[in-house]
Design a binder for this molecule. Structure first.
Ligand code: NAD
Ligand code: UGA
Length: 435
């Protein structure tokens, strides 16, 4: 099949590459000329496991091409996936739909009869219906469907090639048949398929992200109670998670969630529910957000206590800048938020990250960055573990102890093995467990 993928960010790049990999002819489109030139040269603008290889292969095969022209896209295919950003509005907590509206208006001028526009972006419920009406004013015989994206950064290619489920929100048998054909090989490999109306599909996406964010804030709330009671939240999480009705995933306590999606998605969902008169039903999401942000403040406060009540003249080594391991994305990164707060409060902050240093430097140029863990930790009064990159579990605590000024570590992700650090003479602290 032929298709376009409009917006070649995290979602669009991975979707375009994977659709070409499963045999489709794909045209990736973006307004960012540099990004399109990079992609057309077979280079990925983001770091994702397995992406470079698939991109090079699909571009070389001729099945994947790139363009900056929606007119060319409308000519090329009758199925168009829209993957542009839906960030938080600058003036409220609602979603900013300006990019999706701009694509719809521009596409409408060029679409051929019989075209299907498939939204993959995360949007407020009702968006597909609104865009459908907008399109119909200009373009004859066109339809809007919604096919939310569930990939995780860091495993985006794997999640797209082997999805647990595919959800499509459609208004006609033609749209459902088209999307079944797009995903045929993934469905044959066992992905569950849910076909529903567009509003339900839009809601499935924000409900899933809200549930996962709630799980994380729940365990972080438990961590605060554990701190107060002298109990261990890591044992608590494993023990409640052993009940299969609860499940042990997304119960890792620590600094909380960040990234370009959970924070803005729960806020946009609450804002949309308020517009619909159902705000009270999801008022708990404000609390999920508050608990999450509080973990960052709690980490800063704990770090300040550990450095004697003030950061003035203190050197702090920060391990991790990305919002999660396996990704170079620093959008709303809890680690960088903590690093910035420490810097503002007078600490000299040096940051390590195996992949995200370029993005971190661009976002927070005032801090010092290095790719070398001993260099970052040299002379440090405190080491803060803020993103659980696997390489931090391989650190030799004895060797690192000789580099720092004070062997003092706050594991704000609760993912380092305490025993070897203690054995090497480190004073170890964590969130939600007595050390
Ligand atoms: P992104 O910011 O990485 O990429 C968006 C891209 O759209 C950019 O390259 C931008 O230049 C392009 N764009 C903007 N206006 C355009 C236009 N008029 N025409 C063509 N291209 C245009 O965003 P993302 O992280 O890929 O997220 C996209 C959507 O998918 C969001 O709604 C997000 O919530 C959702 N989502 C993201 C993830 C994720 O892990 N990042 C996962 C699931 C869902
Ligand atoms: C999340 C969802 O997992 C995807 O299904 C969804 O498609 C995506 O959001 C989206 O809509 O953009 P992602 O943000 O890439 O994916 O990463 P996650 O693995 O979900 O982690 C999100 C944040 O939660 C990270 O900051 C991570 O460190 C944190 N987290 C995760 C915890 O603090 N504890 C946990 O137990 C799990």
């Amino acid at each position: 099949m032929r298709m376009t993928v409009i917006g070649t960010g995290y979602v669009g790049t991975v979707h375009a590459v994977c659709m070409a990999e499963i045999g489709h002819e794909v045209l990736g489109i973006d307004i960012d000329h540099d990004r399109i030139a990079t992609l057309a040269a077979g280079r990925a603008p983001i770091r994702e496991a397995g992406l470079d290889e698939l991109l090079a292969r699909t571009v070389a095969s001729g099945r994947l091409r790139f363009s900056t022209s929606l007119a060319e896209g409308a000519d090329f295919a009758r199925t168009h996936f829209v993957c542009v950003g839906t960030p938080q509005r600058p003036d409220s907590k609602a979603a900013d739909l300006r990019y999706i509206d701009a694509v719809t208006d521009e596409l409408a001028r060029h679409l051929r009869p019989g075209s299907l526009v498939v939204g993959k972006s995360t949007v407020p419920v009702g968006t597909a219906a609104r865009l459908g009406r907008r399109l119909a004013e200009v373009a004859r015989d066109t339809e809007v469907a919604w096919n939310p994206e569930f990939l995780r950064e860091g495993s985006a290619v794997e999640d797209t090639m082997r999805p647990e489920r595919i959800v499509v929100g459609v208004s006609s048998p033609h749209a459902e048949a088209t999307l079944r054909a797009v995903y045929e090989s993934l469905l044959r490999a066992g992905a569950a398929f849910f076909s529903t109306d567009p509003a339900t599909a839009e809601l499935v996406k924000v409900a899933a992200n809200s549930f996962l964010a709630t799980k994380i804030s729940f365990i972080n709330a438990m961590a605060e109670v554990c701190d107060a009671a002298g109990a261990d939240v890591t044992v608590l999480a494993r023990a409640i998670g052993a009940d299969s009705r609860i499940g042990n995933r997304f119960l890792e306590p620590g600094l909380g969630f960040g990234g370009s999606c959970f924070p803005k998605d729960i806020r946009a969902f609450a804002a949309r529910a308020e517009e619909l008169g159902a705000g009270e039903s999801v008022a708990f999401l404000h609390e999920v957000d508050r608990i999450n942000i509080h973990q960052r403040q709690r980490t800063v406060t704990r770090a300040r206590q550990l450095t004697g009540g003030s950061f003035a003249g203190r050197r702090v080594a920060v391990l991790g800048a990305s919002f999660k391991p396996g990704s170079d994305d620093v959008r709303d990164s809890p680690a960088l938020a903590v690093a910035a707060a420490l810097h503002q409060q007078g600490a000299t902050v040096r940051v390590h990250d195996p992949q995200a240093l370029d993005n971190a430097r661009a976002a927070l140029p005032d801090l010092t960055y290095a790719l070398d863990i001993p260099k970052v930790c040299e002379g440090a009064d405190l080491v803060l573990h803020l993103t659980s990159w696997p390489e931090y579990r391989d650190i030799d605590p004895a060797a690192l102890a000789t580099m720092v000024h004070t062997p003092l570590l706050l594991d704000a992700r609760n993912s380092l093995d305490a025993q070897p650090w203690r054995a090497a003479g480190w004073a170890l602290h964590a969130l939600g467990r007595p050390m």
